[in-house]
Design a protein around this ligand. Sequence first.
Ligand SMILES: Nc1ncnc2c1ncn2[C@@H]1O[C@H](COP(=O)(O)OP(=O)(O)OP(=O)(O)O)[C@@H](O)[C@H]1O
Length: 255
Amino acid sequence: MAEIACTGVSKLYGDSILAVDGIDLTFVSGRTTALLGPSGCGKSTLLRLIAGLEEPTAGTVSIAGDPPAALCRRGGLSIAFQDPCLLPWLTVARNVALGRKLARQAPDPQRVDQLINLVGLGGFQNARPAALSGGMRQRAAIARALITRPQVLLLDEPFGALDALTRRQLAQDLPPLWQEQDATALLVTHSVDEAVMLADRIVVLSPRPARVIADLAVPLPRPRDPETPAFRRLAGDVLAVLARGGEQAQSLAAQ
Ligand SMILES: Nc1ncnc2c1ncn2[C@@H]1O[C@H](COP(=O)(O)OP(=O)(O)OP(=O)(O)O)[C@@H](O)[C@H]1O
């Protein structure tokens, strides 16, 4: 079990850029949470703090009671960024397999194949990144993040460069992959539909500095269809919360 606990987490860049302000959140195993907020609000900063890539200026982040670095060292934490960061000289299969090598796990060519097929790259195992579209590279990066069967999976707008149809397909196909292994998954997004499609829980953040303005359950069965009335209703509610958060921040700034 890899419960993530953020306690009073803040991040100040330099003297004046407060990106994250006093976040208290717990994320439990087997659940997918979307961190939703307007552009520049501090979502990626919060994700980097949880990954241990940056240190908070106040508060603490722990995973299963330890600092994030402890899980990283054991290969239990994977992160996929919007920029896929594939190694150009390696094939798709080798890029995906690299995830296990870096985590010092034994090779598992069968899982490499399975994941490549699942993200819709079947037939491109031997292609190099230069021969792929941006969206295909992103899908390869998602497969690489999943190859270690991580206990914690952090996704920073991983579907940003994908077309609407592929996003929808991956949103259906991917969550079962990390749910079956009881991973604690966090997804950063500014798309309400993506949050409702993928998550069990949506944490809505204010404009910078990121503060929690709502913490909502997504009680929709899977697979989800964005065209259904229940989906549209929930997406509308979330959007209203997001818009209210923006208005509150503007009126505070004006005071
Ligand atoms: N290394 C850094 N040094 C200084 N300021 C930074 C740094 N990283 C982020 N910031 C600032 O912190 C704020 C939050 O940035 P962050 O990337 O976390 O937002 P975001 O919500 O993920 O944005 P987007 O949705 O546009 O990706 C921004 O004002 C950004 O300029």
